[in-house]
Ligand binder design. Structure first.
Ligand code: NAP
Length: 537
């Protein structure tokens, strides 16, 4: 803004994680002038911020990686089946370097405002500090889990120890040695962290409100021969992954859990728990685990039996067992390395804060209704304002000044999860209304970014400069997203997929559960049919 005018671009991309970086690469390839605005001081998005000990992806590295570049795919060597946060961040940094992306990225640029000027047909965008930009296209690559949530316990401001949130972890790391550490939250982040903190801390107290299901990652180093073999067949692996509901290469069983004998079921579950590579393979043990309660109960019982067999103290084991009200997998399944085993350590205690809730943080620790816990450090693994939080943190206004936060007051409404009626020329990548967090995010990101790129190319060829989701198409899509979710058990778990973890948030199932192949066909057909459901000018 050297001459006092806002910097002028064809497209502004908000967010420099997997989505924003690939979108930048694509839009530059078609000759657009693009600026990517990133709140952090480096690339990586979620992998930039979540530096807590034990952070690693719950999707295998060979799948959770870009497929757009054969060379990148062949030349990058993953060291483990499930990559750690530092390794994924190194990978993303390598992508930014290799494709020369950094020159179009502005760091420490937190977008605060995006207003559409209908007359000028352009977005006016501002970042914290006041710098302004204008662009024809605005792509929100803001991520689904980027606004950390710290519960507002009274007294936190007077706490004399140190506290950290998993998603805003100090870059220099944290030394737990000799400390009494309190960990609040037992979702994916807490479950990954607990075993590592327990090894270092004098004592670890885990405050659990809801027991969730966790399955072993069966993580292991990727031996050079195994990696080379996987790379020889990478194309095949990607193609097969794209035909699965989640876009992840995992073998599934095409039978109902009710079709087989109890022995066959146990054998299949046992194989997936131990032998077949762990993680989300368990969800694919049968084809109806997330559809029918009776089938779901079989896997839930299997995992509860495992917990009881691992954890020595029967009362602790019972407390770690999810209750029957929570169907298996309806809250995101946790994937761990030695989580349940950690509770056999003499320096680890589990506290039930459902029965005995946290009432305040004191100067020297934490107080529940019935007890006091002196703590030198508190770690919040309490999750995120998921899926809509990042967009909600920006003052986004569409045609006629309508605020997105108002429009979404009763839950997010999108057409295909890609666009919003009343908000022309704005695209959302891998957000609500698309397979997103129920799929391999990197695959879904590539699908969306490719779709947006092709769309903008078509508009340019046709001499158009505005595209907007039609209201009717959006209404029909929202109804479809809800209807498909209601055919599953997902809405029965009080998960962040539903906004249930955020006080006051409307209870709406946000991701599209119809599966990656069905979704890809829908968005491809829409494009091929002249952007059916969109208004263009
Ligand atoms: P989360 O799944 O939302 O878990 C938050 C935890 O904090 C829950 O146990 C929750 O209890 C608890 N909590 C929240 N407020 C509380 C309060 N006031 N008092 C007591 N407990 C409270 O968050 P997350 O673990 O950060 O994971 C979020 C998502 O990020 C995951 O589901 C996953 O998609 C992603 N993630 C992935 C990985 C991976 O790839 N392996 C790792 C980390 C995160 P309730 O259940 O009772 O609400």
């Amino acid at each position: 803004m050297s001459n006092g005018l806002p910097a002028d671009y064809d497209a502004i991309i908000v967010g420099g994680g997997f989505a924003g970086l690939y979108q930048l690469h694509c839009l530059r390839r078609i000759g657009l002038r693009v600026r990517l605005l990133e709140a952090g001081s480096g690339v990586g998005g979620t992998w930039f911020w979540n530096r807590y000990p034990g952070a690693r992806c719950d999707v295998e590295s060979l799948d959770y990686s870009y497929s757009f570049s054969g060379e990148l795919q062949q030349e990058w060597d993953w060291s483990e089946r499930y990559a750690t946060q530092p390794e994924i961040l190194r990978y993303i940094e390598e992508v930014a370097r290799r494709f020369d992306l950094l020159r179009d990225i502005q760091f420490n640029a937190r977008v605060t405002e995006a207003h559409f000027d209908a007359k000028a047909r352009r977005w006016n965008i501002a970042i914290a500090g006041g710098e302004r930009f204008v662009a024809t296209w605005c792509v929100m690559a803001t991520g689904c889990l980027s606004i950390p949530q710290t519960p507002r316990f009274p007294g936190l401001e007077n706490y004399e120890g140190r506290w950290h949130h998993s998603a805003d972890w100090p870059r220099e790391g944290v030394d737990f040695r000799g400390l009494r550490v309190g960990l609040i939250g037992t979702g994916s982040s807490g479950v990954q962290m607990a075993p590592i903190i327990a090894k270092q801390a004098a004592h670890l107290t885990v405050f659990q409100r809801t027991a969730n299901f966790s399955v072993p990652a069966q993580n292991e180093a990727l031996a050079p021969e195994a990696l080379a073999k996987a790379k020889r067949h990478y194309g095949e692996r990607r193609a097969r992954a794209m035909e699965t509901t989640t876009g992840i290469f995992l073998s599934g069983c095409d039978k109902s859990a009710m079709e087989v004998t109890e022995e066959e079921r146990e054998k299949e579950f046992e194989y997936r728990w131990r032998g077949a590579g762990g993680g989300f393979r368990m969800v694919r043990a049968f084809n109806d685990l997330l559809l029918h309660k009776a089938s779901n109960d079989t896997v839930a019982d299997f995992v509860r039996a495992k917990i009881r067999s691992i954890v020595n103290d029967p009362a602790t084991a019972e407390l770690l067992c999810p209750t029957p009200e929570l169907p298996f997998g309806t809250k995101r399944l946790c994937v761990d390395s030695n989580y349940y085993e950690t509770f056999n350590r003499p320096n680890v205690t589990l506290i039930d804060v459902r029965k005995d809730p946290i009432v305040e943080i004191t100067a020297d620790g934490l107080r529940t209704a019935a007890s006091r816990y002196p703590l030198d450090m508190i770690v919040f693994a309490t999750g995120f304002d998921a899926m809509t939080g990042a967009l909600g943190s920006i003052d986004i206004r569409g045609r006629g000044g309508e605020a997105l936060s108002e429009k979404w007051a009763s839950g997010p409404r999108t057409y295909l999860g890609l666009a919003v009626a009343g908000f022309p020329n704005m695209f959302v990548l891998a957000g609500p209304g698309s397979p997103s967090v129920l799929s391999n995010m990197v695959h879904s990101i590539e699908l969306h970014a490719d779709w947006v790129t092709r769309c903008l190319e078509c508009l340019r060829v046709e001499g158009r400069s505005v595209i907007e989701a039609g209201q009717r198409a959006e209404d029909q899509w929202v109804a479809h997203v809800n209807e498909v979710a209601d055919r599953t058990l997902y809405p029965k778990g009080n998960s962040w997929y539903l906004g249930a973890n955020t006080p006051g948030k409307p209870r709406v199932f946000m991701p599209y559960v119809g599966g990656v192949p069905a979704y890809r066909k829908i968005v491809t057909d829409v494009a091929e049919n002249g952007y059916e459901g969109f208004l263009r000018d």
